[in-house]
Design a protein around this ligand. Structure first.
Ligand code: HEC
Ligand code: HEC
Length: 213
């Protein structure tokens, strides 16, 4: 029992270290002073998929990115660019030529993170909400927070105010090893959950109202 505890603490520590997860560029981009006006210009290219509002699509084909933590956006962009998170649809828009180097990443992330959030969120069928709530409280709040608000300093994404189908897809991809940049401690927690359980969690989380900053 003690051993298992030590092991999961080690996993958590590894997951908490930004350098072990995405290299020095993430840390560098976070330190820079962002130019929001430049970020806004770059965003014109992103709007074709994520919408001018940053609210994506209710069917979950494109995620909400408005109001996501700056650190999380920077890390995801670097991971997508490096194919450490497979995203063939977006890959051509993730390059240096589109976003710019480290400063460009800092600019676009600052712009997107201050966009207001939406309440028009795609939800599931609502049939297993109490199961979803119980699983969420048992397995998710230690990292993603009580209301799924995440934590910028620890690179924990905000998952509240996100479309149901996108949440479900990410949970399945993380469980099935299809998302290379998955957090190992999170993977260990969900690897034995079936689709029904993941569905219940995604439905519950999609109904948590996003806090405006
Ligand atoms: C051609 C469509 C398309 C364009 C253009 C596009 N994206 Fe995306 N983006 C996607 C899709 C699809 C996903 C989700 C993929 C998945 O399900 O894993 C995504 C995911 C993301 C994520 C990860 C979200 C999360 O919660 O982890 C971020 C951040 C992001 N996009 C930012 C941007 C930015 C910034 C731009 C402009 C430079 C951009 N995207 C342009 C399609 C696009
Ligand atoms: C040990 C900490 C930890 C725990 C516990 C955890 N997660 Fe995560 N989760 C993370 C981290 C870190 C990421 C981002 C990984 C990366 O960099 O891509 C993540 C990513 C996600 C994503 C993808 C977000 C996006 O915008 O693409 C979803 C959805 C998610 N977690 C849901 C959950 C749910 C639901 C639970 C409970 C069953 C859970 N997580 C438990 C740390 C955790």
């Amino acid at each position: 029992m003690k051993r298992i505890k030590l092991f999961s603490t080690l996993l958590l520590l590894q997951a908490l270290s930004p350098l072990s997860y995405a290299g020095e560029e993430v840390a560098e981009a976070i330190k820079l002073t962002p130019n929001i006006e430049n970020g806004k210009k770059t965003y014109e290219l992103c709007a074709s998929c994520h919408d001018a509002s940053g609210w994506g699509k209710v069917d979950g084909s494109f995620p909400v990115i408005a109001g996501q933590h700056r650190s999380v956006i920077i890390k995801q962009l670097i991971d997508i660019r490096a194919r450490n998170r497979e995203n063939p649809t977006m890959f051509p828009f993730s390059g240096n030529d589109v976003i710019g180097g480290t400063q460009g990443l800092a600019d676009i992330a600052a712009y997107v993170s201050q966009l207001p959030k939406t309440t028009n969120i795609g939800k599931g069928d609502g049939k297993q909400l109490s199961k979803g709530e119980a699983l969420f409280k048992e397995k998710c709040v230690t990292c993603h927070g009580k209301t799924g608000q995440g934590d910028s300093d620890s690179f924990f994404p905000r998952i509240q105010g996100q479309h149901y189908s996108y949440l479900l897809r990410q949970l399945q991809w993380i469980r099935d090893g299809r998302r290379k940049n998955a957090n190992p401690a999170m993977l260990a927690l969900i690897k034995n959950l079936d689709d029904k359980s993941l569905n219940a969690i995604a439905d519950y989380v999609s109904r948590i109202k996003a806090e405006q900053k």
